[in-house]
Design a protein around this ligand. Sequence first.
Ligand SMILES: C[S@@+](CC[C@H](N)C(=O)[O-])C[C@H]1O[C@@H](n2cnc3c(N)ncnc32)[C@H](O)[C@@H]1O
Length: 254
Amino acid sequence: MKRILVIGIGPGGAEHLTVQAIEALNRADVIFTFDKGEAKSDLLQLRRDICERYRGGKPYRLIEIANPERGAAGAYKADVRAWHRERAEIVKGLIRDELADTGCGAFLVWGDPAFYDSTLRILEAVAGDPAVTFEYEVIPGISSVQLLAARHKIPLNSIGEPILLTTGRKLAEAYPAHCDSIVVLLDGGAGLDSLAGKDVDIFWGAYLGTPDEILIAGCVADVLDDIRRIREERRAAKGWIMDTYLLRSRSGGS
Ligand SMILES: C[S@@+](CC[C@H](N)C(=O)[O-])C[C@H]1O[C@@H](n2cnc3c(N)ncnc32)[C@H](O)[C@@H]1O
């Protein structure tokens, strides 16, 4: 039976792989990774570096999957579902054609596969297709969410309170009511823009785990302009940015 390993590789640094992830990386004959475009080619390079470093020279095939463009024809979720179907077709073809009958393939997933990543949804869809037969397992990784908390030396929740994980798009639509601690990922900028005038604390981190890491924390009124300026400067200089942040109500305590 073919086997697929979905390996969380952490949010940026080669030191953030778990021992289990390194062992899984060494079980794979073929390593698949989605190519997110030229601007993020350093992310691709990081994956290559991880393979070189932890496989100790053991040969492997690295297949960089050209990521199809996500359409923007309809509603956001419908576009994303159509995009997942397209990617599922590509993944199905690769598992069918590139893996031997008892071969082992690995998908390297940024951070942890459970946080805002489509690999598991895509594999579930492919696994339900009788055209290919395989087993798969998931090796968790350190998420950017955890690294953000570690870098700022804070717990994500206030005592006994829940944490909401959301996207910049959702935050910009409406600030979540009655939420003491909000973690925001995937913000193209609109989420941060929507915070002007909010009386909350922000713990922001960009390029976490990489040599370019930036951390800023403080009351939104004091630091939001700096975050937005630095974010734009760094994005223009590097061609891409990945940032995440925690918003904490000022009355919440910790
Ligand atoms: C598609 S989601 C993937 C999240 C990933 N599965 C995880 O567990 O971190 C991408 C978002 O994760 C966050 N992210 C990922 N890596 C990051 C990093 N090194 N520094 C800051 N934020 C990061 C950003 O919000 C980015 O827009």
